[in-house]
Design a protein around this ligand. Structure first.
Ligand code: GAL
Length: 641
């Protein structure tokens, strides 16, 4: 697969007479894709039914004539003000019942039929006009679903749609009452339309109610996206894409992906480290200008799983962002490193956000590849360098990784609803497992919970998986030698009830979790030999062979052969010990890496990315901070590993 660079561009922000020069400079920098249009509704339809496509025709023609391929965005993330005049009730309401008003973006509720139809109609109109345009080579639908906390809406439109969803899902209100356990606290409903949204209750709402609302809200995003995909399909054969945001987990991305052709995500490594990650102050200080060494790779591996391996980075941080609490500049070299890391994980395109820094409005402090005065910003040189390097090594082929990690959006929702401890966060657990795999040099495939075939994986991990589907259980039993289930896997039903018999109910292992505890920061249950359980501890019973006990004698790891259940949340040393043990049993090639170095194997090469602040020696080469190296796989000598 040939890899390419792109950039996000807003022709509507700049005078028309500089578009051609911008396009020529993009091409000169080695950029081949340009994404436009995703926020331009007020310029495309300044008043209801008054369309002004002339400028977009010219922009597409200008960019295309320069040799660029255009990704055209549908503008539904930014409905113009007149749309609100038409649909005053289209705004989302927050959990306190307050409207999320006009004046930024994503000011809409996915359940508002009128706005959904208007957005789909606009999309169809764009499809009619540009669907066969030779320069429009891909489409982006909407922008970053869920970002700014926009999946859950407590509007009247949402409530009406939720009642319809419930009646479809449960068929009778008796079934709903039974499925939710509404006999508790006399919560039984007489009719579907008596069910409120689960906000504004006096104390915690029923977890089943809350979970149903989460699933419903996720389905609304899926349908919203599907409506636009359906509006575009008759007009174009170009691939349809959405740009997901990092650690935005309130809807099922795998379900959205079914209506799309390519997954993409927006990668802001330094913003994420500051804004979206639990980490010690030391860790945040060590990676302040590089970003976390695993956060990007995790998302690359996740999005590779969505559309048969086809995925892009639609937006790549090119310099300081504006939206995190602190916004340091990337170390020189990081823009290039992030780009290559994405390619090594299989990205087809890495597209920088944005071409020129806008000197006005919300993102005026956000870097582009050009400064507001048109001079090159530091990111531009790095983009140029990547383009040159890509020309020298244009093919990166992806191979199946030896390890699979199961990732499931419903589990994130379940544990959000029922955390049982302030530190129990599904994503955090997954990222910690992933980090531990990567500290041992492993490449990882992330797979959805409905996977049915695990052939070729030497080791499979499913921590925190709320419900372990039967097909996945069979695949683990049949296709893989080594597995690790738990903590908190298969301990709950779809309705968030405790199953009886109690979980995890694994056919291959006689173990029951009879009690769970959450423990606050600063408390840990030590494990002899090093490491401890933190955040979460389970009491395990059953005849399965005990492999590890805590210092106080409680069982925390049991197994049958190399199929394990883990009854607690490991700290870093314990994850390292566990994965060394399991990895060795699986016959994996385990490496001990210097701090900040991460490896990634493609079909032909091993890449080594240095996120650390010190140079490291690897395969006879010295890799500077913010730099990377690669070697043909066959040249890697086992002795050095
Ligand atoms: C993304 C978004 C872009 C821009 C960018 C700034 O989340 O899709 O439109 O706002 O952040 O970092």
């Amino acid at each position: 697969m040939k890899r390419a660079l792109g950039v996000c561009y807003y022709p509507e922000h700049w005078p028309e007479d500089i578009w051609a020069k911008d396009a020529a400079e993009m091409v000169a920098a080695g950029i081949t894709w340009v994404r436009i249009g995703e926020f331009a509704w007020s310029r495309l339809e300044p008043a209801p039914g008054v369309f002004e496509f002339g400028w977009l025709d010219t922009a597409i023609e200008t960019l295309g004539a320069a040799g660029l391929r255009v990704v055209l965005g549908t503008p539904s993330a930014t409905p113009p003000h007149w749309m609100l005049d038409q649909f005053p009730d289209m705004l989302a309401l927050d959990a306190h019942g307050q409207p999320r008003t006009f004046g930024s973006r994503r000011h809409y509720c996915h359940s508002h039929d009128g706005y959904r139809d208007a957005a789909a109609a606009m999309t169809a109109r764009l499809g009619e006009r540009y669907g066969r345009n030779a320069h429009v080579a891909a489409w982006q639908i909407d922008n970053e679903y869920g970002c700014h906390d926009t999946t859950l809406s407590y509007s009247n439109a949402a409530r009406r749609a939720f009642c319809r969803w419930l009646s479809h899902h449960y068929q009778s209100v008796e079934m709903l009452n039974k499925s939710w356990g509404n006999v508790f606290w006399s919560m039984e409903y007489p009719r579907f339309d008596a069910v409120d949204l689960p906000n504004l209750t006096v104390t915690q709402a029923n977890p089943s109610h809350e979970m149903a609302f989460r699933r419903f809200s996720s389905d609304q995003v899926v349908q919203w996206n599907a409506a636009q995909a359906a509006a575009l399909r008759p007009h174009t054969d170009a691939p349809l894409i959405h740009n997901y945001m990092g650690r935005e987990l309130n809807f099922d991305h795998f379900a959205v992906a079914r209506d799309l052709d390519i997954a993409s995500w927006d990668s802001y490594p330094i913003g994420f480290l500051s804004d979206r990650l639990e980490a010690t102050p030391d860790h945040k200080a060590a990676y302040l200008q590089q970003g976390d060494p695993d956060m990007q790779a995790f998302h690359h591996d996740l999005y590779r799983a969505m559309n048969k391996g086809r995925w892009w980075v639609m937006e790549q941080q090119p310099g300081p962002v504006n939206w995190a609490p602190y916004n340091p500049a990337p170390l020189p070299g990081m823009v290039r490193l992030w780009s290559w890391e994405a390619f090594a994980h299989g990205a087809e395109v890495v597209s920088y956000f944005r071409w020129r820094q806008a000197p006005f409005a919300q993102e005026q402090m956000h870097a582009g590849l050009l400064r507001p005065d048109n001079q090159p910003a530091p990111g531009l040189d790095e983009a140029r360098q990547v383009a040159k390097e890509l020309a020298e090594m244009p093919v990166v082929s992806i191979a199946q990784a030896p390890v699979a990690l199961i990732f499931d959006y419903a589990s994130q929702m379940a544990w959000d609803v029922l955390p049982q401890g302030a530190d129990f966060n599904y994503f955090r657990l997954m990222l910690e497992a992933y980090r531990a795999l990567r500290r041992r040099g492993l490449s990882v495939d992330i797979l959805p919970a409905d996977v049915t075939d695990l052939t070729g994986y030497k080791m499979v991990l499913a921590p925190g998986l709320a419900v372990l589907p039967e097909a996945l259980q069979n695949a683990i039993a049949e296709d893989t030698e080594v597995s690790l289930i738990g903590p908190r896997s298969n301990l709950i039903t779809d309705e968030l009830h405790i199953p009886v018999p109690m979980g995890p109910n694994l056919p291959w292992l006689d173990v029951t979790v009879t009690r769970v505890e959450s423990i606050p920061p600063g408390h840990a249950r030590a494990v002899p030999g090093g490491g401890a359980l933190v955040h979460w501890v389970e009491a395990l019973e059953g005849s399965a062979e005990v492999r590890v006990k805590t210092q106080d004698g409680a069982t925390c790891l049991v197994a049958n052969g190399s199929h394990y259940y883990l009854g607690g949340w490991p700290d870093v040393p314990l994850w390292d010990r566990l994965l060394t043990r399991l990895g060795t049993e699986a016959g994996l090639e385990l490496v001990t890496l210097p701090e900040g170095l991460r490896l990634r194997d493609t079909a032909t090469h091993r890449f080594a990315f240095n996120y650390g602040a010190a140079p490291v020696e690897w395969e006879g080469q010295s890799i500077s901070p913010a730099d990377f190296a690669y070697c043909p796989l066959r040249q890697i000598s086992p002795a050095t590993l």
